[in-house]
Design a protein around this ligand. Structure first.
Ligand code: ADP
Length: 360
């Protein structure tokens, strides 16, 4: 019974069945025709000739049928076996495994889909390895700082005064921010952050954020301007997530703009979207860095950004959130020292929607 579970034997059996049915049909038809048309005296000789012809035809058909089924079975089974072997290799961690693409349409589709899957797995594995490397690298800097302070304290080289403790606290805060950002990033990337979109006024939200960040703006002696059309500019998005994104963009503008610089929040809208451009007169971004700004851990100047506590994940999270709300973030800069503009784009909300929501 086990043989019948094998595709090869089923194909052979199907071909043999066709041969058998052909032979039986021929015998029956020849018999009926002979009874009606052949002279009874010649019937034995006729039957002998027909049987001889049938035996030769049946043998030829069996031979050709067997050959054809074996070839067909081989053509189907070889790629399937290759697929099984390659799947096992990928399961064992060989993500570079690919299978040859056969000529027949259906098997080619299977092989191409398999190879695409293998490529996707290889990419994910590569990202995982890079991520672990990056996290380890990011953790090392504050940990090395803490270790240095502790060794200094133990050896008596550093005094146990508030200054040293505050420096240690700074490193601990940096670690904490990194861990919080990582946790947030993993939730955002896994799509686990809930977005509760509603219609709200972006101008009011921007003014609230500017008021919230006022102490930092004053401390850095920056000028902060909100430019918006008269009246409300309505967006259809999650106000809390929008605030989070804007705090990140304005926070970056504050961080990367030297004293006496200026930050402008320019709000405008078209028929479908609203735009909030956060424009600064800060250190700017070189053109070659612009495509990478939203990648995890990417920093234009790692030492500068790290020293100011930046984890290099803020923009990655911000773009994920903007896209989850049906919008996006773009970055532009005329070059180093010439300032930068980060623009948050969100779907536009309408008064009607607001009315409906208020009523409900
Ligand atoms: P970080 O926490 O390091 O600021 P982000 O993801 O928020 O991380 O930003 C990534 C990098 O983009 C920063 O390290 C910095 O090099 C660059 N960047 C972001 N905003 C600005 C800006 N307004 N001006 C100049 N460079 C910026």
């Amino acid at each position: 019974m086990g043989l019948w579970r094998q595709l090869r034997w089923r194909i052979i059996a199907a071909q043999m069945l066709v041969v058998l049915v052909g032979v039986v049909t021929l015998i029956v038809t020849a018999d009926i025709l002979a009874a009606r048309t052949v002279d009874p005296a010649l019937l034995p000789a006729f039957e002998k000739a027909v049987i001889q012809a049938l035996v030769v035809a049946a043998l030829a058909a069996t031979f050709v049928g067997l050959g054809a089924s074996l070839l067909l079975a081989r053509e189907i089974l070889r790629p399937l076996r290759q697929l099984a072997v390659s799947s096992r290799r990928i399961a064992n961690g060989h993500y570079d495994e690919r299978i040859p693409v056969p000529a027949s349409d259906e098997l080619r589709d299977v092989a191409q889909s398999f190879n695409q899957m293998a490529e996707a797995l290889a990419r994910i594995e590569q990202q995982r390895v890079t991520l672990i490397g990056n996290v380890a690298h990011e953790l090392r800097t504050p940990l090395a700082g803490l270790e240095g302070y502790l060794e200094g304290l133990l050896d008596g080289v550093l005094p146990g005064d508030p200054e040293t403790i505050s420096a240690m606290q700074h490193e601990v805060r940096r670690l904490r921010r990194l861990v919080d950002d990582l946790q947030h990033l993993s939730r955002v990337e896994a799509g686990q952050v809930t977005i509760q979109s509603q219609v709200f006024d972006v101008v009011a939200l921007a003014q609230r954020i500017v008021a919230q960040l006022q102490p930092q703006i004053i401390e850095r002696r920056l000028d902060m301007v909100v430019e918006a059309p008269d009246g409300a500019v309505l967006a259809y998005a999650d106000p809390d997530r929008t605030a989070q994104v804007l705090v990140n963009l304005v926070g970056n503008a504050i961080r990367y703009t030297p004293e006496d610089g200026c930050i402008t929040l320019r709000i405008c809208s078209d028929t479908t979207h609203i735009q909030v451009a956060v424009e600064d007169t800060g250190i700017g971004i070189p053109a070659e860095a612009l495509p990478y700004l939203f990648e995890r851990f990417y920093r234009v100047d790692p030492s500068r950004s790290r020293a100011s506590g930046g984890s290099g994940i803020g923009l990655t999270i911000a773009r994920h959130l903007a896209r989850a709300m049906g919008g996006d973030i773009t970055a532009a800069s005329p070059g180093i020292g010439k300032g930068s503009t980060f623009t948050l784009i969100l779907p536009r909300g309408t008064d009607d929607e607001r009315g409906e929501r208020d009523a409900s």
